[in-house]
Design a protein around this ligand. Sequence first.
Ligand code: FES
Length: 234
Amino acid sequence: MRLKSTERAPDEQKRNFLKIMGTLIIGVGMVGTLRSVVQYIIPPSTQAETSFPVLTLVLANGNPIHTSDLIVNNSATVTFDYPLQGEPNFLLRLGDSGNTDVKIPPSKVSIPSTGGSYQSPGGVGPYGSVVAASAICEHLGCVPPEIKFFPPSSSTTPGKIHCSCHGSTYDPYSGFSVVTGPTRIPLPSLVLSYDSTQDTYAATMMVGPTLYGHTSDLSGGNAITTKGTVVSTT
Ligand code: FES
């Protein structure tokens, strides 16, 4: 039996409605796929810094670290991120072979790759023995645990930072300068400030070569959005 035109109308409307919905769903799916492809080709922009942040060094519980939290010649690796997220730095309280604090003076650090030089900041804290520098090897970018500090009492590379990836060695007692290659670039130093009234520490800026893998220390990553940067021990 043929349906009257007035009886077909609801079915046609339903078909048209389903067609439109189908087209919309396919369209939304294509937009989503296209967005994924574009984001793959052009990564989402990241929030960079425009100037070096001043960040208090804090424990995992958010409390500022004090000198007594730092072990002289600690054989464990103590790091914190700076100036951007995911960029580890060594935090060292340096001592002699008897584990007595050693005052680290500012020093002229040579850059073998360029023939240039710069002034390292020296140590801070009550004994002038606390220093920090990038923990990203300037040769090809290895990070802890491949690159680590060996205390003066160690049988291998005593008092040096050694990278096991290809054997580069740096001297934290003289501005994290190059001791042995293949690296031809020192580890960039951090300028720390020390508040003697509170016995607290803060990271304020970096000096020396640009961080490995970056065209600038303040781009190529995400800013640390908290007022402190967490010090962790591994
Ligand atoms: S990455 Fe450290 S020595 Fe090569």
